[in-house]
Structures are given as structure tokens and as C-alpha cells.
Design a protein around this ligand. Structure first.
Ligand code: CA
Length: 223
């Protein structure tokens, strides 16, 4: 994977501002202005992250996001012109990693890019809850006690704990743990989560870390 950040934005000036800020922050950035060119470009260049505008000529951001997710887990930050749109986008479970609403400050965009990339690299120990995730060994410990998780349970917990409070849909979780498999039932996620909760409850029965939200998915809470 290259270190290039791909910006897909048809407003030329806005795209240029993003390029300037990202370059200042030490990233390499490339711009595309037309929706039709995005998927082939991503396949060829494998960017590190994609900033994807929703409204584009040729092909819209929704469709592009779906197409990219069929072959790649490259982080995607969707950019929308309307804040109300974000709820709808979340409901569609596109597998985007974050959403930004216009108008935005370029500084904020750079901060979000950094945050999403950091998330991909691993989770810092959540010392305030006593949870420590060691990605090099797929080992999770709660209050110093090894939770003895399976690889799938570890991956689920790592994703959820990286963003406390953020709701993850089942589809998103499934794509995360089975990126190449399209035939897994989404009940599989429920069963992994159940086992994960049980293992955490053995160590800390007073706290509920993973919450399920009916019809929406799961989230991790520190408190
Ligand atoms: Ca646009």
C-alpha cells in the first residue's frame, strides 16, 4: 500500500486546499475530480486513505464506496454537504471509517485523517478501563488478567474499543473480521460478541463494556 491520500472532490479549489494542507502535514496527496475514474485508480495505486465526496459527476460517492469495499479495506472518509445526510449514510452501513460535513476546516480534515490512520495501526492501551490490547500477539488483558480471546474476538474488541461510543453495524463488523468472505451470516457476529462479553464479565462482572443497540449494532463504552 502506498502512502498517498486520495482526495475525490469535484470542486477544484476545495480539492486544492485539501491537497495543500495534507502535504503540509507530511502526506502525499492525489486528486480526482470525476467519480468514474476513482475505482480503477484505487485498484492501481492502493492509496493509504480516501477522502470521498458524496456528490460527484459520473458516479456518486455512495456507489464508489460500495465498490471499493468489495475489494479493499482502505480507510474511507466520506464528505457530505448536509449534516442530516450522515445519519442516513450510517444506516446504509457502507463501511466508511468516518464522515465529515461541509463546510469543514482543512485543519479538521487533517486531524480526522490522522485519527483514522492511527486507528488502523492499533489501539493504545485503554488504561482508564484496565483494558490492554496487544496487537502484535493478539492478546487482550483486563485488569491484568488475560482474556484468552480467539483471533476473531480480539479483532472485534480492538475495533469497538478504538472508538468508544461509536456504533458499529453488524455488516461493518463482519467486513472487518471476514474481509474476503461474503457468505457469513450476521448472526455469527452476535455469537462472537456474546462470547466476548462473557469472557470480559468473568474478569469484571460489574461493568458492561459492549452494548448492543437493537437494529443498529454494537458499541463499546468505557463507563
Ligand atoms: Ca461535490
Amino acid at each position: 500500500m502506498s502512502e498517498i491520500i486520495l482526495i475525490v472532490e469535484d470542486e477544484g479549489k476545495l480539492a486544492q486546499v485539501l491537497v495543500d494542507y495534507l502535504c503540509q502535514a507530511g502526506y502525499e496527496a492525489h486528486c480526482l475530480h470525476d467519480g468514474l475514474t476513482v475505482v480503477p485508480w484505487v485498484q492501481e495505486h492502493q492509496p493509504r486513505l480516501i477522502l470521498l465526496d458524496l456528490m460527484l459527476p459520473g458516479k456518486g460517492g455512495l456507489e464508489i464506496c460500495k465498490e471499493i469495499r468489495a475489494f479493499s479495506s482502505t480507510p474511507i472518509i466520506m464528505i457530505t454537504a448536509r449534516v442530516e445526510e450522515i445519519d442516513r449514510l450510517l444506516g446504509l452501513e457502507l463501511g466508511a471509517d468516518d464522515y465529515i460535513c461541509k463546510p469543514f476546516s482543512p485543519r479538521e480534515v487533517v486531524a480526522r485523517v490522522k485519527a483514522v490512520l492511527r486507528r488502523g495501526k492499533g489501539v493504545e492501551p485503554q488504561n482508564d478501563t484496565g483494558l490492554i490490547l496487544d496487537e502484535s500477539r493478539y492478546r487482550a488483558a483486563l485488569h491484568g488478567i488475560n482474556l484468552d480471546l480467539t483471533a476473531v474476538e480480539f479483532k472485534l474488541l480492538t475495533l469497538l474499543a478504538a472508538n468508544p461510543g461509536r456504533i458499529y453495524g453488524r455488516q461493518h463488523l463482519m467486513d472487518h473480521i471476514y474481509p474476503d468472505q461474503r457468505i457469513v451470516s450476521d448472526r455469527t457476529i452476535d455469537s462472537h460478541i456474546k462470547k466476548l462479553r462473557k469472557k470480559m464479565a468473568v474478569v469484571d462482572p460489574d461493568k458492561e463494556f459492549i452494548h448492543s443497540l437493537y437494529g443498529a449494532g454494537y458499541k463499546y463504552e468505557r463507563e
